[in-house]
Ligand binder design. Sequence first.
Ligand code: ADE
Ligand code: ZN
Length: 747
Amino acid sequence: MKDTVGLLRGIPKAELHLHLGGTLSTEAFFPLYEKYRSAGEEPYLDSQRYQNISKHPVLENFLRTGSGATSFEDFLDFTDFDGFLDVYSLTNCYVRDAEDIALLARAAIAKLVAQNVRYVELDVLFGGHKIIKYSPGDLGPVLDDVAKNAPITVQWIAGLPCFLGPEESSRVVKELVAADFTSLVGVTMGGPEKQFPHAEYAEAFRLAAEHGLRLSCHAGEADGPHSVWSAINDLNVERVGHGVRAIEDPRLVGYLAEEGIPLEICPTSNVVTGIFRDIAHHPIRELYEAGVPVTLNSDDPSFFGSELNEEFVKLHRLGWTEDELLELVENGFAAAFTDEETIESLLDEVQAYVEAERGEDAVLPEVINVPSLAGGVSDEHLHDAPAPNYETGSVEDLIVRVPKAELHIHLAGTMTAPVFVQLLDKYRSWSPDLIGAWDAQAMKRFPVLQPLLDGDLNALRSPDLFQFEDMEQFSVTVGVLNSFVRELDDVALVAAAAIENLGRQNIAYAELTFDLERFSRLDASMVEVGDRLDSISKSAPLGVRWLADPGRDFGPDSAQGLVERLIDARFETLAGISLSGRERDFPPRPFADMFRMAQNADLRTTIHAGELLGSDSIWHVVNELGVDRIGHGIRAVDDPQLIDLLADDAIALEICPSANVATGMYPTLANHPIHDLFDAGVTVILGSDYPTFFGVDLVGEYLSLWETGWAKNDLLEVIENGFLMAFISDEEADRYLNRVHAIWEEE
Ligand code: ADE
Ligand code: ZN
């Protein structure tokens, strides 16, 4: 079985809003430029945007001299819609004859096929530039030929630039109709929407409809809701290109939903042209929830970096469920400008694909039954805990709904079975070099892992993989699974599943601990790692910051070196340093220099201590490392003086009760010291540690406290502690706390 991202990439899709000119790339543009230059036709800058050419110096210089740029990306210097139209228009005036169009079309179709696009409506410009040498009459047979020979269904939409003006547009439509080519199914109008009122083009659109062409129009992209109303009322369009600014008019949103008028939405395009701040602020979700038939499209992928599959993946990372995204896929086919029968058969293909993927057994069962280390707290591994469903008004329901902070969670401990299977199938290779020397040594002790040392990957498919004999086996297994995170894309994959799960629990803010040693060995520089983590955080629907864990097991020198590199490549969403690993073999003291260095660089710090070792180790940590928080720290319960110190100095303990029970430290939650520590005034935070390995989650941790008799207000205090002790500013914490109280006090 594929995970959601795999499923979305593989599923047959429809693309309804793709400009052929938007696929102009390095491979296509430079040869086209050369073709016309060598024919003595350059420079030929008749573009309607010519007056703006000096705003784009690289492009201007290149068009005049043929030098100063080697990649199409060199021209993409725009930051708003107008700048985009300049660059679009000035580059596309080198697409001049039918041969150029056919060349672009074949390359575009190949890229669509690679993304499993099954049906596309390609927008080809008619009347864009005076230099254009093709007319509907001679282009028609070429477009028909491209469509006929494509391995997927290709239909054409004639794109009329609005700056043609009403008369010229009507004339082009008449020519199109007269050319009578079968793969042309519709017309749309694009360009600088704001400057050309749609109503004036009613005649052109009426003529097109009269001759059986279907109608769409760019509206509500660069201009507001009135432009969408006009496209609907004056032009009689069936679909709207973009249409996203309909969100400013609730009556219009209601109308689109009621009438079932599909929007061709292109989220990344709208972000790059500055219409919305980022994908998280894009109204697609609101439109979808209002019942508007939303379709997902890429617009101009070479200009926006907006390949269709990635549009789906981005929404998935924002928390859209697989079923919701499938609905968008279906909307794309349902809104296609083709007959009902074709739509039905395409939808059948989608259905068949989903059934085949979902029905097929996972290589690893999705839920792996394991008696935990303690002999049975958790019987489920590597899976997301089920979404709880409680009675409205109950404390349980409140716990689920209230915004929470998760401060103690290892990214490697969030891997789900589908994610792991995907990575395993991606690499199909393993060697002990991928894990630390201590783990590699320890592995030899565990029969289930031994075959892996000889390169036999089937060991990882053994149902006994998660039957841990002890803590050591647990650590090694985490290390082995984590060693399949080898590229930034793998990090993104694991993080997406983790963040989705956090979102489902209404966690509003999380500090995710990542394995700095592993990440330093990814196929990427530390700066690239930081950039990717920043972008994961920025596209997350909740606050996400990162804690880098250099790992005890590699010793203090390694930790110091790694943290030094990290500080050099410091990135925005890095909150601080955490340190975990074999506490017994690598006690805290030798890491003092590393912590000092981090603190001098204004990084916040936390360390796992007092989980396996006793209260002495916590004293060392408190006295010598100056950390802000302590991971676990539960053994402090043995030492009343230490308890007082922690309480007085408000040094928070990140406590993960289920993890401690699962690793056999306490037989049940009732025996866990969290109750005594809290009663003694210690600042307690709850965390889930390695949630998928132990089959737990943060909501479950709060529910367990409630079930063992904690007062409702005490739960609130722990929830508040999560935000108060987070590595964020006081103002940010206050904002979260206001949200907490708004929910808590509404009861
Ligand atoms: N032409 C190509 N892409 C366009 C867009 N996003 N809006 C208007 N016209 C366009
Ligand atoms: Zn467009």
